[in-house]
Design a protein around this ligand. Structure first.
Ligand code: CAA
Length: 389
């Protein structure tokens, strides 16, 4: 029998502030139905001036390390597409903030929103080689588009920490995977920009093309049939995209793609993303958190995961929910992370957006805003200074 490897623990963190879509609609005159129904978003997480992918990532991972200790963690893989340095892995700062042992390998991975799934698969490979070790995967992103652009309504920010181990307590990740890569310019962020560029409709079309590509490969590799899955967890740049993607998959497979059939398969995965917004690499795993945290018992049932990263790379795989998983969930902490955010008005959000990512390289102290466990205190001599509370 092959070794069972997968997600042993999962924890997420999000920002200090939240902007309701009603406030954005009040500013730009959009009919609120477009946000609430058309793209399926209620609010977006907004980072405080002293929060970034490192503070969010460390806040997500701290409870995992507190519960399991760090003795077995030999590798930290940090996945992001909103990187803060071209050379140093953001994971090294997280490693330091969490006080992990020096005998650890730490690396940062990038391929748009797909990066966390690459990290998960690499982690599984490491654990397969040495089942005694655990790998900490941290997926952390701040999604930023230009103010007053169509993408603005799909911003958000969050981090997910995943502990990968043998004999996991939550989800056993299965072979095979369906894979797909295509060279497309649907969404990208050149090094000289701090907001993403996107061709909105092209990006949706590229995502749907990837849905077909991964499913074709998945079936050729001998994966499950569609009807075996209890639910489908998609990358959610906005929650309506999960519905679009699943409808497309059902159509492609010649199945009934009625509204209710689609909703039954994906609705359990959207609760957190609808109020957090796009968290890029973390998004699909927030979908998993929402699914596991909801009431229905999924023990023994396979869930389908479709991870999409613009550019583009995608992967489909199955994960079977492990018996007894509910004892290991962090449902209350997850709901608190969402509920504790302070609502900002449009002007405050705009001020935060404009002040983020100072590019002059000068020394500065960041205003103390976050009440989270870690903060970016400032920049001195081009070095980022982090503090733990
Ligand atoms: N009531 C209900 N629905 C309404 C409405 C109203 N009053 N007004 C409009 N709508 C509906 C529209 O009919 C449309 O629905 P369908 O998609 O089902 O046709 C939906 O609201 C959105 O309307 P538009 O397409 O007109 O909206 P838009 O031009 O402002 O763009 C967007 C939407 C392309 C998603 C844009 O927000 C965007 O560019 N987002 C960033 C890119 C993105 O998220 N792409 C997704 C795939 S790429 C990816 O997944 C990687 C990643 O993370 C970025």
């Amino acid at each position: 029998m092959s070794l069972s490897i997968g997600i042993h623990d999962l924890s997420f963190a999000t920002t200090e502030f939240v902007l309701p879509h009603t406030a954005l609609a009040g500013h730009n005159g959009t009919e609120i139905g477009k946000y609430h129904v058309g793209i399926g978003q209620e609010s977006m997480s907004v980072p405080a001036a002293d929060e970034d992918i490192v503070t969010l990532g460390a806040a997500a991972a701290a409870p995992v390390v507190a519960r399991h200790g760090s003795d077995l963690i030999r590798t930290v893989v940090f996945a992001t597409e909103s990187s803060i340095d071209q050379a140093k892995s953001a994971g090294v700062y997280v490693h330091s903030l969490l006080g992990l042992p020096s005998a650890t390998r730490v690396v940062e991975l990038k391929q748009a929103c797909y990066g966390a799934t690459a990290a998960l698969q690499f982690a599984i490979g490491l654990v397969r080689r040495d089942p005694g070790q655990q790998v900490l995967v941290v997926a952390s992103d701040v999604s930023r588009y230009d103010l007053d652009s169509p993408g603005e309504a799909t911003q958000g920010a969050a981090a997910v920490a995943i502990l990968v181990s043998a004999d996991p307590a939550l989800v056993r990740v299965e072979d095979p995977s369906g894979l797909f890569t295509a060279d497309v310019m649907d969404f990208w962020r050149p090094n000289y920009r701090d907001t993403a560029l996107v061709d909105g409709q092209e990006s949706i079309a590229a995502y749907l093309q990837a849905v077909e590509g991964v499913w074709k490969d998945y079936t050729e590799q001998g994966g499950h049939a569609l009807e075996d899955f209890a639910a489908f967890c998609y990358h959610q740049p906005f929650t309506k995209m999960a519905h679009k993607a699943h409808r497309h998959l059902l159509d492609y497979c010649g199945h009934d793609a009625g509204k209710e059939v689609v909703a039954r398969a994906v609705a359990g995965t959207t609760a957190y993303n609808a109020v957090i917004g796009n968290s890029y690499t973390a998004s699909m795993y927030l979908g998993l958190a929402a699914l596991l945290d909801q009431a229905d018992d999924l023990a023994g049932r396979p869930v389908g995961f479709l991870s999409y990263g613009s550019g583009s790379v995608a992967e489909f795989f199955a994960g079977t929910v492990v018996a007894g998983y509910r004892e290991h969930l962090r449902t209350r902490a997850h709901r608190e992370a969402i509920g504790r955010r302070r609502v900002v008005d449009y002007a405050a959000y705009r001020g935060l957006h404009e002040r983020a990512f100072p590019t002059d390289g000068g020394d500065h102290c960041t205003p103390a805003q976050t009440t989270g466990p870690f903060r970016l205190a400032g920049i001195s001599g081009h070095k980022r200074i982090y503090q733990a509370r």
